[in-house]
Every structure is written in C-alpha cells, then in structure tokens.
Design a protein around this ligand. Structure first.
Ligand code: ATR
Length: 271
C-alpha cells in the first residue's frame, strides 16, 4: 500500500471552495488514494507558505484569492503563468514547484466540449475586464483568436486589451461590434443570482455565433436562455470551473480526468 497523496486548495477564505467535491469525485472514479484539503493561509502568510511548499508533504496545490500573484513568485512558470504573473495550479518539478494559470485553458476546453464547432476565426468579444476576463482574453489571444474587449469602465478594457494584444470596444458600441462577433463571452458578474441581469439584445450576432457565460449560478443565465432562443450554441460557466481543475489532476496523477454529467450534478447539488 502506498501513502495517501496530499493535495489541496490554498486561499483565504477557502471554506466555500467547491474544489474538494470535484477532486473527490475523480479520486473515486479513478481509484486514487489521495486527500484534497482546504488549506487556509492568511494573506500575510502567503510568502512563507509558497517559499516552503517544495519542502512540504503536498504533491501540489490549487491557489485562490488572495495568493495567485504571490504563488507565481515562488514557482517555475509556464508561458501562461509568465504572461499573467498569477497562477492557480502548482506541481512538483524536481526539487522545485512549477505552476500555471488553468482558468484560460479550462475555458478553452469547456468551449471545445460544449461547442465543438465554435468559430476560431473570430473576432471574439469579451464583456468584462476583471480577473476572469483576463484569463479568457489571454487564452483566446494565445490561441490565435482575434479578441475584442468591452467593459463598463472603459480604461480597464483598454489596459487588458493592451496586455493581450486585443482591441478595446466602448460599451455603448456593443451592438455594432456584435455584428461580426463569432464568440461572445460574458466575463462580468451580471446574470449571477443576486446581481442585475446583463441587458444585451443578441439580435446583431451572426446566426453561427457561440455565446458563453462564465456565470454558473444560475447555470442557465438569462443570456444563455436568450442565445438558445435565437438558435445559437450556448456554453455554460460550470464547464470552465470543472475543466480548469483537470489541469492540476493531470499534473498530479497523470490522468486527464473526464468531466461528465455525474460530476456536473455533484457540483450543482452544492449550489
Ligand atoms: P471576476 O474576478 O469574477 O472577473 P471582478 O474582477 O470583480 O470579478 O470583475 C467583475 C466584472 O464585472 C468587471 O468587468 C465589472 O466591470 P467594472 O470594471 O466596470 O467594475 C463587471 N461588472 C460588475 N457589475 C457590472 C454592471 N452593473 N454593469 C456592467 N459591468 C459590471
């Protein structure tokens, strides 16, 4: 019998993280003897934690707020990590820790799974310029997709556009920008339970456009409902949450795990 492998998610707060449910599902599915912990690390203790991580008994970790940038300073970074200087997945590489940001690649995997025919020629139009928008904009741009970004606070859209080599579009000009948009992504918090709806008429979008929402509570946002009503392919936000987790699992256990309906149901049951 081998020893139980220890992994987990590091954050503050971390009590509400759904990652343990996702990983426990895969441990059962693949018969892996491992334990996934919620690891509370206070903001001021982040540097010490990541400096000492390679000497700990952890095989690797996921990272959430507020430690993503600190973690990047103590790991060998892959290209996405270098570009973003913020990471959410670390694994062992010899006697050091290596790391990446898996949100962007998770988004692309979710898109490929839920909308296999999404038009990669672009332009993609991303709404929002917060943390989630940064990951998605970076991944799409790195995959060679032409990207446009619109945000309520235009300066943030302009800064993100400059970072990833995209074009910033004023929020008022969304209807015109949508006319040749092949992929629309809501990376704002609008549409989430408890916040207002994203008030956007989808009529200008081409008939073969794909609409993705990063909001996953509710799973069927008003935006996705409108997209389906117009006959467009709709991609929900739960996919990104689940696929970003596959990156750590593959690094730690050498298996690219399946995101199936049973996993989706298990996570949805906690909402
Ligand atoms: P996350 O980490 O999930 O991306 P965030 O960094 O707080 O969250 O970003 C929230 C995004 O939703 C921002 O782009 C924000 O726009 P601003 O930069 O103008 O704040 C956007 N957002 C939030 N409420 C909004 C609203 N009522 N109308 C338009 N955009 C809104």
């Amino acid at each position: 019998m081998g020893e139980t492998v220890r992994v987990g998610v590091v954050g503050w707060p971390v009590k509400h993280s759904r990652s343990p449910i996702i990983f426990d599902h895969w441990f059962k599915a693949y018969g892996i003897d491992a334990h996934y912990d919620r690891i509370e690390v206070k903001p001021e203790e982040g540097e010490r934690f990541f400096a000492d991580l390679a000497a700990s008994d952890l095989a690797g970790v996921n990272v959430t707020m507020p430690h993503k940038a600190t973690a990047a300073r103590f790991a060998v970074l892959d290209p996405a990590g270098v570009r973003l200087q913020a990471i959410n997945t670390l694994w062992r590489d010899g006697d050091r820790m290596a790391g990446t940001s898996s949100d962007g690649s998770g988004f692309l995997k979710s898109l490929d799974a839920q909308a296999p025919d999404w038009r990669r020629d672009g332009p993609a139009l991303i709404l929002g310029a917060g943390g989630a928008a940064v990951s998605v904009a970076d991944a799409l741009a790195a995959a060679g997709v032409r990207v446009r970004i619109a945000n309520r606070t235009h300066e943030k859209a302009a800064a993100l556009a400059a970072l990833v080599g995209a074009e910033a579009v004023p929020w008022e000009r969304l209807p015109a920008a949508m006319e040749d948009t092949t992929l629309l992504v809501n990376a704002t918090s609008l549409g989430m339970n408890g916040s207002g709806p994203l008030d956007l008429a989808l009529a200008p979008l081409p008939h073969d456009a794909t609409v993705a929402d990063l909001v996953y509570y509710p799973l069927e946002t008003p935006l996705l409902r409108d997209a389906r009503a117009r006959g467009l392919v709709a991609v929900d936000g739960l996919g990104m949450l689940l696929y970003q987790a596959t990156v750590g699992f593959e690094r730690w256990f050498g298996i690219d795990p399946t995101v199936d309906d049973a996993l989706r149901r298990a996570v949805l049951a906690t909402m």
